[in-house]
Design a protein. Structure first.
Length: 231
């Protein structure tokens, strides 16, 4: 399990929202009634983290609390609970390695060992600031285990060799494609799908055949009033 420790506040730089971040926070805030604007705290933290280079410093946490008129402790509680919020500086490419049972049974231990050898100890940023890695709990892509989230994207069905190539590509400034790293269509069985293989399911023809919803009210007769709905 990942540890959740605040970075030494003595090294934190002042933080204030850019106008672009402020605009996005305001968008989230408008989704909720005025007296419930605290509901925007998770997207606000996420945006603050993005602006702050991938992690939340104490000034950034306070800026979110001040922006939404919340007690600091309420914002700290949320930021320390969810592992999607990083409380220490991370690398330009931050790897979240899933270590929960399905990924563990499919090779996550080897991926963690490789990260340790290639990047360094869990939770530390590699020399040059390019990479960091942590272990996290299930990220919800178990069907394509083992998997790693790198920044905003999932990389799935990974072997050590595939991970090594990914790291080399990122280090070289390339942008490897997210998704599965074996021959399969999204989460279908390896090789080819074995069910729902009728191509007409995907060409839109079935949707065109559906002209009315079975329990929808009948259309009004031409020129007359709409039929009364049955109790
Ligand atoms: S166990 Fe790894 S994604 Fe669910």
């Amino acid at each position: 399990m990942s540890h959740r420790r605040f970075h030494d506040p003595e090294h934190h730089k002042p933080f204030s929202f850019t106008s672009a971040t402020e605009e996005q926070i305001a968008w989230w805030e408008r989704k909720y009634p005025t007296e419930r604007k605290w509901s925007a705290v998770i997207p606000a933290l996420w945006l603050a983290q993005k602006q702050n280079g991938g992690w939340l410093s104490e000034p950034a946490l306070r800026a979110v609390a001040d922006r939404l008129v919340m007690n600091y402790i309420r914002v700290y509680e949320i930021a320390t609970f969810y592992t999607m919020f990083n409380l220490e500086p991370v690398g330009k490419y931050h790897l979240q390695v899933c270590g929960t049972t399905p990924c563990m049974l499919r090779g996550a231990e080897k991926l963690k060992d490789f990260c340790e050898r290639k990047i360094g100890p869990k939770g530390h940023v590699s020399g040059g600031g390019t990479f960091s890695w942590v272990e996290v709990e299930c990220l919800g892509a178990c069907v394509n285990a083992p998997m790693i989230q790198i920044n905003d994207y999932f990389y799935e069905d990974l072997s050590v060799e595939a991970l090594e190539q990914l790291i080399e590509d990122f280090a070289a400034g390339k942008e490897p494609k997210p998704g599965t790293y074996v021959k399969r269509q999204t989460s279908a069985p390896e090789g080819r799908p074995t069910s729902l293989t009728d191509e007409s399911l995907y060409d839109g023809s079935k949707a065109q055949a559906l002209t009315s919803i079975p329990n929808a009210p009948k259309p009004a007769p031409e020129g007359g009033p709409a039929p009364a709905a049955k109790a």
